[in-house]
Design a protein around this ligand. Structure first.
Ligand SMILES: [Zn+2]
Length: 315
């Protein structure tokens, strides 16, 4: 699965990048915020902002990736935020760091990553996507107060073995429980959650037209900063039905401007696998990740930067 790193290479790369970053950005640190079911560390990198002073901390923004096992490109984009910050950041990333503390959690599901890598990316979605207990971590979040679950495919299944099995109860899994604790303690102003492979942006389901319009503007900022492939916004939805996805919980329970970004594109995915039997992995990830890292790092940074001009997203 070259050019994607093995689990061990991925961890080593992160340690080395943090060491390089801390030489120019003092205080940059690797934090273990929890452990997966199989006891792999859950890592987040904190990059302090020059805007923080002794008496006040700059707003914090979070980029998450790889909550689904096979979605390695999201991991590359998230790690790419740190790599580009060290060497010649694109303007939106430089401006973002000048005003906000960056938190990067590049692999929310290290057990799913390891399983995908061990199988050379071959298998069904239900075999690769989950954590070690067969739970879809992006359906394991609590629903907002007073909300109901949408009775449609993709909304989170109560049946073990299904691709979107939501688990026995919200936050039943150590990966989601640890991240929710981090969300509670750090009070992030904004967050981007990276998936693949549709080339789309999914804002949270919101309850007011004003919030939907704010997300439309934030998505436009993301798109406009993408140099070669501009992602499609799937309309901000004003709904009272929910699916247990991370960005809905972040917006409604933590007051955090949040978005799900599906990196890569349907067209490019089809072009590299059309008419051939390829492992599932190559539907989700580009053969060459670098152009997509170059495309998505400025986009994600521009989204987060645009949120800094807004007050907190109220629950
Ligand atoms: Zn995903």
């Amino acid at each position: 699965m070259i050019p994607y790193p093995s689990p061990e290479q991925r961890e080593l790369e992160l340690v080395e990048l943090v060491a390089r970053a801390s030489a120019t950005i003092p205080g940059t640190e690797l934090i273990e915020y929890g452990r997966s079911v199989e006891q792999r560390p859950l890592h987040v990198v904190r990059v302090p902002s020059p805007a923080s002073t002794a008496s006040s901390v700059a707003p914090r923004v979070l980029v998450c990736a790889n909550t689904h096992g096979p979605e390695f490109i999201g991991n590359r984009v998230c790690v790419g935020m740190l790599a580009k910050l060290i060497d010649d950041p694109p303007p939106p990333l430089r401006q973002l760091h000048e005003r906000a503390e960056l938190w990067l959690a590049p692999c929310l599901n290290p057990d799913g990553y390891a399983r995908t890598h061990a199988r050379d990316g071959a298998g069904t979605l239900a075999q690769l996507r989950h954590n070690h207990r067969g739970v879809d971590l992006n359906r394991n979040w609590p629903l907002p107060t007073g909300a109901r679950r949408l009775p449609l495919p993709g909304a989170g299944s109560p049946t073990p073995g299904d691709a979107t099995y939501r688990g026995p109860s919200p936050l039943s899994e150590p990966e989601t429980a640890a991240l929710d604790q981090l969300l509670t303690t750090q009070k992030f102003h904004a967050s981007a959650n990276l998936h693949s492979f549709m080339g789309t942006m999914f804002p949270p389901r919101v309850r007011t037209r004003a919030a939907a319009m704010a997300y439309a503007r934030l998505c436009a900022a993301l798109r406009q900063a993408q140099p070669h492939t501009r992602y499609l916004r799937i309309a901000s939805r004003v709904f009272d039905t929910f699916t247990g996805e991370q960005e809905d919980h972040q917006h409604h329970a933590h007051g955090c401007w949040s978005i799900c970004v599906e990196c890569f594109s349907v067209r490019a995915s089809l072009a590299q696998s059309f008419g051939r039997r390829v492992p599932l992995f190559w539907r989700f990830n580009p053969r060459d990740p670098q152009p997509w890292v170059d495309n998505d790092v400025p986009g994600v940074a521009a989204f987060l930067l645009a949120t800094l001009d807004l007050p907190p997203a109220h629950p």
